[in-house]
Design a protein around this ligand. Structure first.
Ligand code: CS2
Ligand code: MG
Length: 408
């Protein structure tokens, strides 16, 4: 069997999805997702200029050897751009494998460990009352887990992923007005003084059963993160996410020394080598990698297995930028993984998105039920794709009040 061609599409409804389609001499094709948020054209170029010319003629069934060919052959290894490009190829090859076997991917991984996989939604508010309404709306929709992000009183600008005025919904993460980022002003002291109390009020309002997650989004220094994790320990968060930048994996030891609050890290990682210490030393409770950014299904399965040896559960990233293709690959991994935890789920199901990416995966009452279609179960409508083009977008950059550049 041979790969005969491959095409890359950039664009989508309100997103710059990077979709890879790999065609074969048996008429079977596979689909992958290389969407690297705010840098979408780069994995697309890597695929077009370097990877696709090498793919032509390869046997699509040899997904492991192809992964090793591109990973080791690059010489300069890893990095989000390369691993997103490899990830798209790998996911497309697993899609082809599933179609050849006439099986949904979870069957190829080892079958189902559960029928439904719990997901969490993003509740947000310009202030605490606004956030409480957002949480209540998700609870009313049947969600059993919600990430909560709140505007901080006195903060000079809106903080991470919150609206600057009450009652507005939307993707407060990427601004598609252009490639020049806006500036967010951050003050740790205001955050540290306000947020633990807000989380306690949320727990009081919604009771002990609601799984409450909070994303610090890399804003605290390790000592501050340890103090925050200790302060919120009585609230019983499901997890505290990215409390401190984790390039220095050892820094997470300080949080573990001071708190039993569950820690989730990993969405910015693109290889097992960026999280192996966090996992082996059990410095985290959930690993947050994503199939797109971490080299596809093949590499993420290695991370899942390492995590499973060290009491670490999965909590895959599922931000607004993820296309239904990578989300579907994660749904299959979530159905199989013995150490599954939870899946981030930003509602993808707009009519425009469903038209571009038809599938029969189901999200109901806060649970995802994976499709039984062969492969990952998502298709791609090239006619729909022709309606979209790349639209430059950016995250804010974050500065402290004195102008110091900080972590987004
Ligand atoms: C966030 C992401 O979903 C999350 O947990 O950390 O939405 C993150 O802000 C974006 O992926 C950045 O592009
Ligand atoms: Mg996050």
């Amino acid at each position: 069997m041979k790969i005969t061609d491959a095409k890359v599409f950039v664009g989508g409804p309100g997103k710059n999805y990077v979709t890879l389609k790999i065609m074969t001499d048996q008429g079977i094709y596979g689909l992958g997702d290389a969407t690297l948020n705010n840098r979408e054209t780069l994995p697309a170029a890597y695929l077009q200029d370097y990877l696709i010319p090498n793919l032509i003629g390869m046997d699509p069934r040899n997904s492991e050897d192809i992964w090793q060919f591109f990973y080791r052959g690059a010489y300069f290894r890893k990095g989000p751009i390369a691993m997103a490009a490899f990830g798209a190829i790998d996911t497309a090859l697993w899609d082809i494998k599933g179609k050849l076997a006439n099986m949904p991917l979870y069957q190829l991984f080892g079958g189902k460990s559960r029928d439904g996989a719990i997901v969490y939604a993003h509740a947000t508010g310009a202030d605490l009352p606004d956030l409480m309404e957002s949480i209540a709306s998700y609870v009313a929709q049947g969600y059993k887990a919600v990430r909560v992000q709140c505007g901080i009183p006195g903060m000079p600008t809106a903080s991470y992923a919150v609206p600057d005025k009450k009652g507005t919904e939307g993707d407060f993460i990427t601004d598609f007005s252009g490639i020049i980022p806006k500036t967010e002003i951050w003050d740790t002291d205001r955050y540290m003084r306000f947020m633990p109390g807000a989380l306690a009020d949320i727990r009081d309002r919604f009771g002990p059963d609601l799984k409450v997650l909070h994303d610090v989004h890399h804003r605290l220094l390790p000592r501050e993160a340890a103090a925050f994790a200790k302060a919120v320990e009585p609230i019983g968060l499901y997890w505290l996410e990215d409390p401190t930048p984790a390039e220095d994996q050892a820094a997470l030891r300080l949080i573990r020394q001071h708190s039993t609050t569950p820690i989730a890290i990993g969405e910015v990682f693109n290889s097992i080598w960026e999280c192996n210490k966090l996992i082996q030393e059990e410095l985290i409770d959930f690993i947050r990698v994503a199939v797109t950014y971490a080299g596809g299904i093949t590499h993420v399965k290695r991370i899942i297995d390492l995590a499973g040896m060290h009491n670490v559960r999965t909590g895959f990233h599922g931000a607004p930028s993820h296309s239904p293709i990578s989300m579907a690959a994660q749904h299959h991994l979530n159905a199989w993984a013995p150490n599954f935890g939870i899946q981030e789920y930003l509602v993808l199901g707009t009519p425009a998105c469903d038209a571009l990416f038809p599938s029969d995966h189901v999200m109901r009452d806060g649970m995802v039920y994976v499709s039984d279609a062969p492969g990952h179960g998502v298709d791609f409508d090239e006619r729909e794709a022709a309606r979209y083009e790349y639209k430059p977008g950016s995250h804010p950059v974050v500065r402290l009040e004195d102008g110091t550049l900080w972590n987004y």
